[in-house]
Design a binder for this molecule. Structure first.
Ligand code: TGC
Ligand code: FAD
Length: 384
């Protein structure tokens, strides 16, 4: 679906990357995703499969195992993965933007060489611990703490709602040290006192594991402390990268819902006509397509700015907020076009709709992104 001929704005390598991931989703994800989501199980070996298709850390330089691609390519990868399911895009965006990005940007050369190549292939699975039981939208008030202990630190506290926590080999965790500075540390599976209980019974992102990261006086060697970060700018800069990817991903989910609804409307007959012939259904479909096109232009422009290192955090917030809300609205309308058929797993719409309820909450809620825009245009914080 390319109603505005946007393909003309992409380079041949962008289209190659997009089509490679599109084919991966068509052959590896679509046939199985409904049953894994229904059963609340993640697709086996998903991270290695994502690594093989080049979806993990595509913007990380080649010498560290990435593909050295630009931000438009990253966006198109996220878009195609979320056509499959938000859980698939989540897995790739956490690994790429929230684990590989901070290690690349704030890590030592030794940390980069040790972790990035294995994260790029999916041999290692990463998680990102910012949210806490008492601090979600306000991570700056975090309680998880680091206390000096010889040539390292002791980490204590807990992170909650963490994508891939139960599966992770390493977690990039944000905590406050004794000088009140925010530090990033790499916690490894097997460190004494580190556990990752699973959060059960989710109605959303059912093909993704979510859990807690619990730290009971976990010893963190100095070699696992990210040396180049000491404030909230660290974790928030990771969010900029992930939020940008999500703005594209949401388009993928919306396109899948729209295309399903369009096909169904042409095939389903009521009152002697395809329901696509009724003006009310055409209104729904036409508005869905219009909103998708607007979202594509927004992400494309933010991607261009990002490639020029000019995208602001507030511009990224606008794209994330608009596009996820758009996708949720498209999913809700599309589900109605299918009538009762809209609620069963034979079609992807209800699954996308339930996933998007998480996507509109994580990486900054719909409200928080509005307040970020509000603060940017007025200069006044509406948070407190
Ligand atoms: P504030 O005082 O405004 O800022 C503190 C410092 O950070 C700087 N900053 C940023 N830097 C880079 N990028 C950004 N987006 C930044 N936003 C702020 C700021 O300039 C300042 O720097 P300095 O040097 O002056 O100290 O911070 P605040 O505590 O008032 O909070 C600001 C707020 C509310 C916007 C922020 O905390 C926020 O974005 N809250 C939402 C929390 C959130 O998004 N959590 C996401 C957790 S991870 C996740 O959900 C993963 S889901 C993954 C998946 O499965 O796909
Ligand atoms: P709260 O912050 O308690 O907000 C509750 C409500 O209050 C929201 O509607 C919010 O918009 C509103 N609100 C809060 N503050 C204000 C204000 N100042 N003004 C107006 N309204 C306000 N986190 C991670 O760190 N790593 C992960 O990998 C991760 N994965 C996740 C996966 C899933 C499936 C989900 C659902 C969440 C995940 N999160 C993760 C957590 C996510 O980032 C948080 O849920 C999110 O930041 C919101 O925090 P909260 O849930 O504590 O809501």
């Amino acid at each position: 679906m390319d109603y505005l001929n946007l393909e003309e704005l992409f380079l041949p390598e962008h289209l190659l990357v997009r089509d490679t991931v599109r084919e991966f989703v068509r052959s590896e994800i679509r046939p199985v995703i409904d049953s894994y989501a229904q059963d609340h199980r993640e697709i086996p070996d998903l991270m290695r499969k994502l690594g093989a298709v080049g979806a993990l850390g595509p913007f990380i330089p080649v010498e560290y195992g990435g593909a050295g691609l630009d931000q438009i390519s990253y966006g198109l990868i996220m878009q195609e993965l979320e056509v499959g399911d938000s859980a698939i895009r989540s897995a790739a965006s956490v690994q790429s933007s929230l684990v590989m990005f901070p290690i690349y940007k704030y890590g030592s050369e030794e940390q980069r060489l040790r972790f990035l190549p294995k994260l790029a292939t999916g041999e290692l699975i990463g998680a990102f611990g910012l949210t806490e039981p008492n601090h979600g939208s306000d991570p700056g008030s975090m309680e998880t703490k680091l206390v000096r202990d010889g040539d390292g630190y002791r980490l204590s506290g807990a992170k909650m709602w963490i994508t891939n926590a139960p599966l992770c080999d390493i977690a990039v965790v944000w905590a406050r040290d004794e000088e009140k500075k925010i530090r990033g540390v790499i916690v490894e599976r097997g460190f004494a006192g580190f556990t990752t209980p699973e959060t059960k019974n989710k109605w959303s992102l059912r093909a993704s594991k979510t859990g807690e990261l619990v730290f009971e006086d976990v010893f963190i060697p100095q070699a696992n402390v990210l040396p180049e970060v000491s404030s909230m700018r660290g974790p928030l800069s990771c969010l900029n990268s992930a939020r940008y990817g999500i703005s594209w991903g949401a388009i993928g989910a919306a396109v899948d819902c729209y295309e399903t609804a369009l096909r169904y409307a042409k095939e389903r007959t009521q009152f002697g006509k395809p329901i696509a012939a009724f003006q009310l259904q055409q209104k729904k479909l036409a508005e869905m397509l219009t909103e998708i096109c607007k979202a594509q232009l927004l992400s494309l422009r933010v991607g261009q700015l990002k490639d020029e290192d000019r995208a602001t955090a507030a511009q990224i917030s606008m794209a994330k907020r608009n596009n996820v809300h758009m996708a949720l609205q498209v999913a809700r309308e599309a589900r109605q076009v299918l009538g009762a058929m809209g609620i069963v797993g034979d079609y992807p719409i209800m699954r996308h709709m339930m996933n998007l309820e998480s996507v509109i909450t994580y990486e900054g809620t719909h409200d928080i992104h509005l307040l970020i825009t509000g603060m940017d245009i007025t200069g006044i914080s509406g948070f407190q």
